[in-house]
Write a protein that binds this ligand. Sequence first.
Ligand code: C5P
Length: 219
Amino acid sequence: FQPQELSGKHFLVTAGPTYEAIDPVRFIGNWSSGKMGYALAEELAARGANVTLVSGPTNLSTIHPNINRVNVISAEQMHQKCIEAFPHTNGAIMCAAVADYRPESYSDVKIKRKSDDLTINLTPNKDIAAELGKMKTGNQVLVGFALETNEEEQNSFKKLKSKNLDFIVLNSLRDKGAGFHHDTNKISIIFKDGEIEHFDLKSKVEVAQDIVNQVVRFL
Ligand code: C5P
């Protein structure tokens, strides 16, 4: 019997989109499928870790019994669950596509259609990764994602610094087969010291293995 490399460890993973309610029937959302985050949760669990998977709305199911799935809808709910879970973990991988804004006010009745323009004021959501970056202790690893369309490396490195991450996984929307809804992804990993490692286009399951290998190196 070989002890698994992450047995006794606990990780938080966020995945999927968040939905920000406008009224009882409408929301603001995004195209995140959750596939990358779920693949990461499965990979961590397969290596022996306990995983708290805080997930926005997705069509995916989790397989491994060591994954404790916490379903949320909004960014505020995701923030709350992450703040609760993070202090009990060895680290977190922030893979969710959290909505940057939510409607300033929620209408409890369905908004009626009129012939003139409708304006919805938006107010910023908390940056969950940055909040965890402030809470992080020296024994915890914090990983973020960046989906960029231009000046990818510079923007990702700025995010790594501002959120106090240990490394950031960059996927560019310019790469074919990378990003939303694909089963494949092409990533680069940027480290705190500015070092960059580029990876080939692979299945999200294989990409999860590459990312978890880096997490193991950090522990
Ligand atoms: O700043 P940007 O949204 O591009 O950063 C992306 C990274 O930050 C991802 O790891 C994402 O999960 C995380 N994030 C977060 N909470 C937010 C916005 C982003 O955890 N409100």
